[in-house]
Design a protein around this ligand. Structure first.
Ligand SMILES: NC(=O)c1ccc[n+]([C@@H]2O[C@H](COP(=O)([O-])OP(=O)(O)OC[C@H]3O[C@@H](n4cnc5c(N)ncnc54)[C@H](O)[C@@H]3O)[C@@H](O)[C@H]2O)c1
Ligand SMILES: [Zn+2]
Length: 292
């Protein structure tokens, strides 16, 4: 078990496994899970990139994990932005445009409908690692975005955070961001990238995203941890469970006795820790799990 990382609030990729305590008791019995959910008073749904895969948004793992010749996760770092703000802005411009054209899928909608139906008699919280805004567009209200949002910018000088839905976000990025492997280099002068409009500032803007190696916002993290601490049922949807600190949330909840169900295309390092495991596209499995 990665003890040194348990208290870490940095967003880090760690491939390790938790103690395999649940494996022998694990179930894929949907009817049994729905019974548990019915009697729950406090439900958390923890989502990752997999829930948006059926909306056409690439995950960071698997075939879609590359943009040009780069591993997508390697561009989501402060070092990459320092080395080439132009390249990182092209990557985020591409991601903003893809997500803006995407629509929430049956998985996002099932979650929003579940909250609308049960939000009065249960506490329902959605915690997402996603930055694409699709949970909100599906109608989810009680949402914690752990890693920020593609449509927010932060000034590197005055730190102001603003919502920005412009397409393109600046003129120089129009027509840029092509993902094909053979596209070379990125040469937009820094002065032509998005800049802060606050008078007297003019700092370079960056996406308001928690990049790998950066700390999560402590207020956001505390809110998520509080929800994880009180939930009696947790659904873990479309996450590889290797990005910390989110990866430790559900195993910790299972360890203190919450019922945890995982929805994924394939097992993850955390699968053996959970009570239920439902394999398959979550656009198919979630509407069934959350139907009542
Ligand atoms: N949509 C987005 O906002 C987006 C996209 C890519 C990456 N990210 C970021 O990258 C990090 C990646 O970690 P992660 O764990 O969220 O994603 P990940 O890319 O590491 O893993 C995706 C997981 O989803 C599963 N999956 C894929 N399609 C699925 C489907 N249809 N149904 C169910 N499961 C499916 C995969 O098997 C995998 O386990 C996160 O921190 C996130 O912020 C976000
Ligand atoms: Zn500024």
């Amino acid at each position: 078990m990665c003890i040194s990382l348990i208290s870490s609030i940095r967003r880090t990729i760690v491939i390790c496994s938790f103690p395999k305590i649940m494996a022998s008791r694990q179930s894929s019995d949907m009817a049994k899970f729905r019974e548990k959910l019915k009697s729950a008073k406090d439900v958390v749904i923890l989502s990752g990139a997999g829930i948006s895969a059926e909306s056409g948004i690439p995950t960071f793992r698997g075939a879609g994990g590359y943009w040009r010749k780069y591993q997508a996760a390697s561009l989501a770092t402060p070092g990459a932005f320092r080395d080439s703000p132009s390249l990182v802005w092209e990557f985020y411009h591409y991601r903003r445009e893809v997500a803006a054209k995407a629509e929430p899928n049956a998985g996002h909608k099932a979650i929003a409908q579940y909250e609308a139906k049960h939000g009065a008699d249960k506490k329902v919280t959605v915690i997402t690692q996603n930055v694409d805004g699709l949970h909100v567009r599906a109608g989810t209200k009680n949402l914690i975005e752990l890693h920020g949002n593609l449509y927010k910018t932060r000034c590197t000088k005055c730190r102001e955070v603003l919502v920005n839905n412009d397409s393109p976000i600046c003129e120089a990025l129009a027509g840029r961001g092509a993902p094909e492997e053979n596209v070379r280099g990125s040469d937009i002068p820094v002065k032509s990238l998005p800049h802060c409009k606050k008078s007297g500032c003019g700092g370079l803007l960056r996406p308001h995203i928690v990049w790998f190696g950066e700390n999560l916002d402590s207020a956001v993290l505390e809110k998520a941890q509080a929800a994880m601490h009180t939930c009696d049922v947790c659904l873990v949807v479309g996450t590889s469970s290797v990005v910390y600190p989110a990866a430790m949330f559900a195993p910790q909840a299972a360890e203190r006795g919450a019922i945890v169900a995982e929805f994924n295309l394939e097992p993850t390092p955390a699968t053996p820790d959970f009570h239920f495991y439902f394999e398959g596209p979550c656009g198919t499995t979630l509407p069934v799990a959350l139907a009542d």
